[in-house]
Write a new protein. Structure first.
Length: 505
């Protein structure tokens, strides 16, 4: 196979394999058939031996793993589009999940993510991002590995403890800023972020596999929960694109791509993105073509993607847009202006008239020239058009070629362990605190005698440290009596007898 049949207009509309790395755009309103177009492209690339990576936001892309069912509607569409040799079949699929629930864990390390993307994941401000940069630089200078969140948290703690020394060499660091970053880490960890960072980290070669029959394996990332955290979703996929760009060799134009990357909900990549990040995306998209990688964005509106990147999209599939609002009308105008004109079509009018399963399509043809836009009836996919059961997913995961490699977490020696050892060594090297001294004994006095043995009768007569005895009580009572008139008389009588005074009878 050297081409993918997308559908039928006045003529068959095809995407040529040698221009599959010239990127593409699939756009349209909700419910107009974008997912069907993605399935047709994905299984078409897989059948020609090209590995595919795609994001499953709604759960229906998982249907690629199962064969479809040919009903009357499918047979009618097959006849209308002129597919030859149509048969219901699934594609070889590997399921991935950043949280490790619906597929194999897809991890990266903190160091590989880098401070720029991690700052976006944590939603840090400029000052906090600068401190995070310092933490990464300090880890590099001291040879400390940042693999998981425990490592990063330990590194930030070290930065806070040594803020004075670090500030003089790397830049101003305040404990308050470090504490703010730590709180962001707690939020990420509470949302399941501790599963994303660690080892074994993803190896790109495992996304570029073919099965024994020569079909490209479709790697599907479950994103129904991930999409609820837009910054994490977009930052992780941008990291994956950057890794492909930095690690794959230059190959120029091939007969077919080495990998095709489908980026659903593409607008999340650019929402609230700083200019430097947008420039990075533009650079990656422009240059990754020469690495043999094709990138296909999917979103509701074509202007969700910046013009600098939209201009790199050689293959375009535009489903219906409903021009109900000024925003919709602007999107329709943008879509119409980016197609190669067809004298037989009023593109701006047709976009709002397309039915489900129809699209305006323009692909690159001979010598890389885009064909005039064509109103196209999209082919039915061979796979199931819908979600799969948990049992079917478990069966696919059980026969995965990479399950044994990624399903077990590895925790090797890194920054957390190294800094913990440093703290222990510092505590052991510190001098022992002096023993408490006994209070001094006054001159001429003897030290207190040892306490007598416990005697119940003695306690009753003389009391204990907490309760007075009978003798003490009688003495106090007698002292009080002395102050009374009767006491004075008794005292006088006693004294008179002692001194030899007269006695009365």
């Amino acid at each position: 196979m050297d081409q993918i049949l997308i559908g039928k207009g006045e003529h068959p509309v095809q995407l040529l394999a040698r221009y599959g790395n010239r990127h593409g755009m699939v756009a349209g309103a909700t419910g107009t058939g974008k997912t069907i177009s993605l399935l047709v492209l994905a299984e078409g690339f897989s059948r020609m031996g090209v590995p595919v990576f795609m994001v499953d936001v709604k759960g229906d892309a998982a249907g690629l793993a199962q064969a479809g069912v040919a009903n009357d509607r499918i047979r009618e569409r097959v006849a209308q589009t002129g597919i030859e040799g149509y048969a219901c079949e699934g594609s070889p699929v590997v399921f991935w999940d950043l949280y490790g629930k619906l597929g194999h864990p897809m991890r990266t390390t903190v160091s590989e993510m880098g401070p720029s993307l991690l700052a976006r994941v944590l939603e840090l401000n400029d000052i906090q991002s600068g401190v995070l940069e310092i933490a990464f630089k300090l880890a590099d200078d001291q040879g400390l590995l940042l693999l998981d969140l425990d490592d990063l948290r330990a590194m930030l703690g070290f930065v806070a403890e040594s803020s004075k020394e670090i500030s003089t060499r790397y830049g101003l660091v305040s404990p308050q800023t470090v504490a703010a970053i730590q709180r962001s880490l707690l939020t990420l960890e509470r949302e399941g972020g501790e599963n994303i960072f660690g080892e074994p980290a993803l190896e790109l070669a495992d996304l570029m596999r073919t099965d024994l029959g020569g079909k490209g394996i479709v790697s599907i990332l479950a994103a129904d929960q991930l999409i609820l955290k837009p910054h994490l979703y977009s930052s992780f996929l941008l990291w994956l694109l950057s890794e492909l760009f930095e690690n794959l060799p230059e190959v120029g134009d091939l007969d077919k791509p080495k990998l095709v990357f489908f980026f659903d909900e593409a607008h999340l990549l650019f929402d609230d993105a700083p200019p430097a990040l947008k420039q990075r995306v533009e650079q990656v998209v422009r240059l990754i073509r020469s690495k043999g990688v094709g990138v296909y964005f999917c979103s509701q509106f074509p202007d969700d993607v910046p013009n600098e990147i939209l201009g790199q999209m050689g293959n375009r599939i535009q489903h219906a847009l409903r021009a109900f609002t000024p925003r919709d009308q602007k999107a329709v105008k943008t879509a119409a202006e980016t197609f190669v004109p067809n004298p037989k079509l009023d593109v701006a009018q047709v976009i709002s008239q397309l039915g489900v399963g129809e699209a305006l399509v323009s692909t690159l043809q001979d010598k890389g020239v885009p064909m005039p836009v064509e109103r196209t009836l999209i082919c039915p996919p061979r796979c199931r058009m819908g979600a799969i059961t948990s049992e079917e997913r478990a069966a696919v995961r059980g026969r995965s070629p990479v399950g044994a490699k990624y399903d077990t977490t590895v925790n090797r020696d890194s920054a957390y362990e190294a800094l913990s050892r440093r703290a222990e060594q510092k505590a052991q090297a510190a001098p022992a605190p002096p023993a408490p001294r006994a209070p001094p004994v006054a001159a001429g006095r003897q030290s207190a005698a040892p306490a007598p043995a416990h005697n119940p009768l003695s306690d009753l007569l003389w009391g204990t440290g907490r309760r007075q005895g009978m003798a003490e009580a009688m003495a106090k009572s007698a002292a009080r009596t002395v102050g009374s008139q009767l006491g004075r008389q008794i005292l006088r009588g006693v004294l008179g007898g002692i001194l030899g005074g007269s006695r009365r009878y």
